[in-house]
Write a protein that binds this ligand. Structure first.
Ligand SMILES: *[C@@H]1O[C@H](CO)[C@@H](O)[C@H](O)[C@H]1NC(C)=O
Ligand SMILES: *[C@@H]1O[C@H](CO)[C@@H](O)[C@H](O)[C@H]1NC(C)=O
Ligand SMILES: *[C@@H]1O[C@H](CO)[C@@H](O)[C@H](O)[C@H]1NC(C)=O
Ligand SMILES: *[C@@H]1O[C@H](CO)[C@@H](O)[C@H](O)[C@H]1NC(C)=O
Ligand SMILES: *[C@@H]1O[C@H](CO)[C@@H](O)[C@H](O)[C@H]1NC(C)=O
Ligand SMILES: *[C@@H]1O[C@H](CO)[C@@H](O)[C@H](O)[C@H]1NC(C)=O
Ligand SMILES: *[C@@H]1O[C@H](CO)[C@@H](O)[C@H](O)[C@H]1NC(C)=O
Ligand SMILES: *[C@@H]1O[C@H](CO)[C@@H](O)[C@H](O)[C@H]1NC(C)=O
Ligand SMILES: [Cu+2]
Length: 582
């Protein structure tokens, strides 16, 4: 499972002058079975016949090569979460954005240079597949660590479902689920198991790389009797900050330094408590407070009294200044993204930005940019529901995220880290004088939690030409359409980049067009591009002009769908569908 690469990395880490290496992993994606919570054996998606997939370790300036062979009977694709992919945007992984999915029986090689350090992860970016197990830590080692520690431990936490994602998605995205109640996991896992032992040696300092690989659950993490010193969030070193607990939303990572006690008299519990506020139902047998054992002495079972802080945590994920300071600067370009959930014309409760759900185009948006010539700056070519937004090269971009929903949502931007410059209650109304700006060395990361009924303002420099999806990292919400696509510097992309042949072939192999507009056609003929799934007409009037504009545009394109559903109420449609299934 671990190839030559690990060996090279090991050598690189011990050499005083790091040599850039070519680190190669061969990943055959396969079905296998696993029973990580000890409650239920299920089919999972693993690598090389085993589960969990191995963690990937590389060092700064290495070249990482992942040879993927898809031995499933369905498509796949891998996203290396948090990588900038500067000049290699096609290696990013999201299906329909930067590539076609890898069809069953086909292969694709991901190869890119490591220009960052810290704790990341790699996961499938196809149809909820990562919740079936296709995810692993991706650790980018820094030969010149600014913080000193004795041991480096990767501690992934995740939720675990007994049913597979295809079934969970079918139940979730269903006319019978008009409130959009998410699938509730059956278990929580620490290090891909339950109750693992983590050995601590007195006096040593441990770096724990806490990685949230959940599909849905947020975890509150603490260790009885031990402080956690935060030193990294999402691959960005922070000023050392001592806390007694943290939370991690889906896809967030935090490294903490923990200094072991001098005595082996007691062992301690590591707590990871799921945020139960997110669950629409709380199954009686779901263990939401999971633990690992911090073992100083495995020969006795004397544990310190449990102090589980759990959801009482006072931690705030935006108060984490970077170690290498950078002040915020005024924006050149502003993008307003207001999101909510609503039942759409197909009867499904969907998440959406600016009242329009994202629908995957027929041609990956990146392929469209690189094949449409001058038309690449005309938003029409990306289709009615790719939610394409053009960012001008080198602009300081400000995104205002308004959350109208009563739940918290973690948002992730591909290809960048961003500064979190403000947060506040309700909707941002445009009055900049009433906002409490956090301009001096603001928290910088790639995933941020936007709490219920509040706004968050983030900024980043558009210095990485590419196509970058921005989406909710609750896998279930992404699938319903809570995403937009940033098309960053399309003209610069065309000047600098040629899509590698393998990324044309992967489309052709699956019977998909690899060039053209969102409908796979030339010019501005968008007939057949995914569209027409919009707010239901009744909701329009209530929601005002924005929705009306969205309505008119989508009505023109998706006339059939609108006419079909306009006269049918969702409940009747649900019954009809059930009748049809019988
Ligand atoms: C990585 O590469 C950069 C740019 O070539 C160089 O400045 C830096 O010293 C290298 N770092 C390591 C740890 O090799
Ligand atoms: C990695 O960097 C090297 C040296 O700058 C460059 O020649 C090579 O093309 C890069 N590889 C990729 C996959 O970008
Ligand atoms: C992971 O993130 C999800 C989504 O925000 C969240 O519900 C879950 O609690 C997080 N898990 C951990 C371990 O932080
Ligand atoms: C452990 O002992 C060393 C040496 O006596 C002392 O410096 C250190 O503070 C102690 N650590 C803890 C966590 O008590
Ligand atoms: C943890 O250590 C204890 C004591 O040695 C042992 O009984 C237990 O089986 C271990 N648990 C795991 C999951 O290895
Ligand atoms: C989980 O821990 C929290 C403390 O964070 C406590 O309030 C709650 O009752 C615990 N839940 C269960 C099911 O034990
Ligand atoms: C974003 O919304 C604010 C508040 O409504 C408004 O002042 C501003 O002009 C909007 N910006 C854009 C680019 O639409
Ligand atoms: C991408 O590379 C360019 C230099 O080619 C650099 O100026 C820019 O900051 C990089 N952007 C990111 C996000 O890494
Ligand atoms: Cu969400």
């Amino acid at each position: 499972m671990r190839f030559l690469g690990t060996l090279l990395t090991g050598l690189a880490a011990t050499a005083s002058i790091a040599q850039a290496a070519r680190v190669v992993y061969d990943w055959e994606v396969t079905y296998t079975t696993a029973n990580p919570d000890g409650l239920f054996e299920r089919q999972v998606v693993g690598v090389n016949g085993a589960w969990p997939p191995p963690a990937i370790h590389v060092s700064l300036n290495d070249t990482l090569v992942i040879n993927v062979k898809n031995s499933l009977d369905i498509p796949t694709a891998l996203h290396s979460h948090g990588m900038f992919q500067n000049n290699t945007v096609w290696m990013d992984g999201p299906v329909g954005v930067t590539q076609c999915s890898i069809p069953a029986g086909h292969s694709l090689t991901y190869e890119f240079n490591i220009t960052q350090t810290g704790s990341f992860w790699i996961h499938s970016h196809y149809m909820g597949q990562y919740a079936d197990g296709l995810r692993a830590p991706l650790i980018l080692h820094n030969p010149e660590e600014p913080y000193k520690y004795d041991e480096d431990l990767v501690v992934p936490v995740s939720d675990w479902y007994h049913d597979n994602s295809a079934n969970n998605l079918a139940i979730f995205m269903n006319v019978n689920n008009p409130t959009g109640a998410e699938p509730v996991p059956e278990s929580g896992l620490i290090m891909d198991t339950i109750n693992p032992n983590i050995t601590f040696v007195p006096g040593k300092t441990y770096r724990l790389r806490l990685i949230n690989m959940s599909a849905f659950s947020t975890f509150f993490i603490s260790i009885d009797g031990h402080d956690l010193d935060i030193i990294e969030v999402d691959g960005i070193y922070t000023e050392r900050k001592t806390v007694d607990s943290i939370y991690l939303t889906a896809a967030q990572r935090i490294s903490v330094l923990v200094t072991a006690k001098n005595s082996t008299e007691l062992n301690y519990l590591f707590h990871a408590d799921m945020d139960i506020d997110m669950f629409d139902i709380l199954p009686e047998d779901l263990v939401t407070n999971i633990t690992a054992n911090i073992m100083y002495d495995a020969s006795h079972s004397n544990f310190a009294e449990s102090q589980d802080l759990g959801m009482g945590s006072e931690f705030d994920d935006i108060d984490l200044p970077p170690l290498y300071p950078a002040s915020a600067v005024e924006p050149d370009q502003q993008v307003n993204l207001t999101f909510n959930f609503d039942v759409t014309t197909d009867g499904i409760n969907r998440g959406m930005f600016n009242e329009l759900p994202y629908l995957t185009p027929k041609v990956p948006t990146l392929n469209t940019v690189l094949s449409m010539g001058e038309l690449a700056t005309d938003l029409t070519v990306y289709g009615p529901q790719s939610q394409a937004i053009i960012l001008d090269h080198l602009n300081m971009v400000e995104i205002v995220l308004n959350n109208l929903d009563a739940g918290n949502h973690p948002f992730h931007l591909h290809g960048h880290v961003f500064q979190v410059v403000a947060r506040g209650d309700g909707v941002f109304m445009g009055d900049r004088s009433t906002v409490e700006w956090n301009n001096e060395n603001p928290t910088t990361r790639d995933t941020v939690l936007v709490p219920a009924e509040s706004f968050t303002i983030i900024r980043f420099r558009a210095d990485n030409p590419g196509v970058w999806i921005f989406h909710c990292h609750i896998e279930w919400h992404l699938e319903t359409g809570l995403a937009v696509t940033f098309i960053e510097a399309p003209t610069v992309m065309q000047e600098r980049m040629t899509l590698p042949e393998a990324f044309h072939e992967v489309c052709t192999a699956g019977g998909n067009p690899s060039t053209g507009n969102a409908a796979g056609k030339e010019g501005l003929d968008l007939k057949g591009a995914p569209g027409g799934i919009t707010l239901i007409p009744d909701a329009f009037t209530a929601k005002g002009k924005g929705a009306m504009a969205a309505c008119i545009i989508s009505a023109l394109i998706g006339m059939g769908a609108i006419v079909l559903y306009a006269s049918i109420d969702p409940e009747k449609k649900a019954k009809d569908m059930i009748a049809a299934q019988k």
